[in-house]
Design a protein around this ligand. Sequence first.
Ligand code: ATP
Length: 362
Amino acid sequence: MSTIELRGITKTFGAFVAVQDADLSVAAGEVVCLLGPSGCGKTTTLRIIAGLERATAGDIVIAGRRMNGLPPQERNIAMVFQFYALYPALTVGENIAMPLHHQSIGKAEIAAQVGKVADILHLRDILDRMPGQISEGEKQRVAVARAIVRDPNCFLFDEPLSRLDVELRHTMRSQIKAVLSNLSRATVIVTHDQLEALSMADRIAIMRDGRIEQVGSPHEVFARPANVFVASFIGTPQMNLIEAEFKGYGDGKATVTFDRQDVNLPAAPAVAALAPGRVTVGVRPRAFTVVAEDAADTIDAVTELIEPMGAETLIHARTRTGGDIRVVIPRDKKVKIGEPLHLIPDPMQTHIFAADGKAVRA
Ligand code: ATP
């Protein structure tokens, strides 16, 4: 079975810890994206899987076999890098066939395999062209074709689309995803682009400072972030993270002091176990209902800036004590700068994070 497993992987460079105690399993046919800010250890993790970097501690198991210490060529892995280099003096077809020349198979068989992947990636009509005569998107597809042609155990992609323009990236995401979903191989994709991860991954592993903070489906990491970091990293515009003082819990609601007033917010029963003290309340900008009147338990702010975003409008509002709140409303709902906003957070989308940053939920 094509699977990838990382067990307790740590990588240090001198005193610097680039990856810390990472556990991850990728099933056959599954696409997992490593997502996180620059320098969080994504590429190092991928290079360890590929055998380009040696882990300081932990095990790498691919297709059931422990790979520690094995060189890349013995791992039967295909890698697609951000800077995929095609051989300029060879045709597209010859470029795709390159990995097959190391295997003892005849010309007819090579042509058949190249033809097969060319069909999958819609490259049949350009097999005789030179790399200088094809577009960036086609070059990227050739790089993917070259990776899949020899039927490896698994695929590793490092920022595969970052050189393409926005529109092409969009098309390529769905094309690569469609190709991968038919190949039943474990795939790991490194990206710092959350849209890429949300659209291509079956599961996302979110990394920070060398640690995997949460692994979950795109929906899980968006709707049930494990901590403040994941909550702030996933979702655009960013989730509002409001510092508040937790006072107590009753009737399914947490009483918090925020902006010099007590507000009762819907919260999971687990919140009852929290000691009074500082918490962070997380509400996504699209998770507010705007009401006309100041009422009990509304969050109140004044509209400061209005940003049209096509079908929706992003409002930046300021609370009494100077906090910034982002609210997204439909375009046809009118607001004016300087106008008060009374906001009711959606009970199903209100997150409470304890002082250590961890989400508190049932
Ligand atoms: P980016 O998105 O910017 O590519 P990344 O998440 O892929 O970042 P890595 O390339 O894995 O990050 O690097 C993780 C950390 O390890 C960084 O701080 C980097 O400077 C450091 N690092 C990587 N390779 C080495 C090395 N060979 N020697 C020393 N430090 C290294």
